[in-house]
Write a protein that binds this ligand. Structure first.
Ligand SMILES: [Zn+2]
Length: 291
């Protein structure tokens, strides 16, 4: 057999020989000394690792069989914490080739993560700022996706008591308005094409009792004493619960818009809110109108 001068790099071993070599190395541990020797021997090796230089196996296509072998060799192998951190650092900021995300996602589909694994992921992601682009991508991917009832319930529980910023609320509201799939008979509250009894009653209330309440209270907020301006009628016993008291004037009081906000939502009305609810405004000159 004729050997090339660069015999170690160009030499081709037979399959059988490779297997024997591999068998011989199996389970063999290098002593610390040997490791040091290897490390020294590789130092300054331009064929090896060098910053800014591509590694020899980059973009090298591995055969399916080779990949399978690699995978089998690594199976069940525990990496040390230090090793994992190194891999993590090496991958930071690395762009995955197109299609890899899909492959990972497919591999993970239906896979149950342990509670501790989820917790770790959650911890790693907490407080992390996503780029605008990422948020847009996620949003696009989720568009039109229907979540299970159970998932929606979980989200709803998780969000309970969470205070959204004014900007976030505004965005939610705009998004909701754009959802044509929730309009009319598609809306869960759809009552079959008739105006609900509740809104009929509200209209009747505004046409009959409301003005009487304002007049009785001399257009003055019964909580803070504000006279005129944006006024609303507050039902002392709630409208929704005490149906029989809806049209009872003794159950009604005049209240200004911001006081009404406070007792309804339990917090002062944000300055950014200009108006909410049904207001009865008193304009100079004694003219009244609803807005
Ligand atoms: Zn008030």
């Amino acid at each position: 057999m004729l050997y090339n001068i660069n015999m170690n790099t160009k030499r081709q071993f037979s399959k059988e020989h490779k297997r024997k070599l591999s068998e011989a190395q199996k389970g063999r541990k290098c002593s610390e000394e040997t490791k040091k020797k290897i490390s020294i021997a590789l130092k300054g090796n331009t064929n090896g690792f060098k910053k800014g230089k591509s590694s020899w196996n980059k973009s090298k296509q591995l055969s399916l069989e080779h990949k399978k072998n690699l995978s089998l060799t690594h199976q069940g192998k525990k990496l040390s914490k230090e090793h994992k951190i190194k891999i993590g650092n090496a991958h930071r900021g690395m762009k995955r080739p197109i299609g890899t995300g899909y492959k990972i996602s497919k591999a993970l589909t239906g896979k149950k993560l342990s509670d501790s694994h989820r917790e770790n992921i959650s911890k790693a992601l907490t407080g992390r700022k996503q780029t605008e682009e990422h948020i847009r991508n996620v949003s696009r991917a989720l568009k039109g996706r229907v979540f299970s009832k159970e998932r929606n319930l979980k989200i709803s529980i998780a969000n309970k008591g969470r205070i959204f910023s004014e900007e976030h609320r505004r965005k939610l509201s705009i998004a909701q308005k754009k959802r044509t799939d929730l309009k009319g008979k598609n809306h869960p509250n759809w009552k079959g094409g008739i105006t609900s009894e509740n809104s009929i009653q509200r209209t009747i209330f505004r046409q009959t009792i409301q003005k009487k309440v304002f007049e009785r209270d001399n257009y003055t907020c019964q909580l803070c004493g504000q006279k005129g301006g944006k006024l609303q009628v507050d039902h002392i016993q709630e409208w929704a619960e005490y149906v029989e008291l809806r049209f009872n004037i003794d159950n009604c009081r005049t209240i200004c818009m911001s006081c009404h906000y406070f007792i309804t939502f339990g917090k002062p009305m944000p300055k950014s809110i200009e108006t909410w609810g049904h207001n009865f405004s008193q304009v100079e000159g004694g003219q009244h109108f609803y807005s």
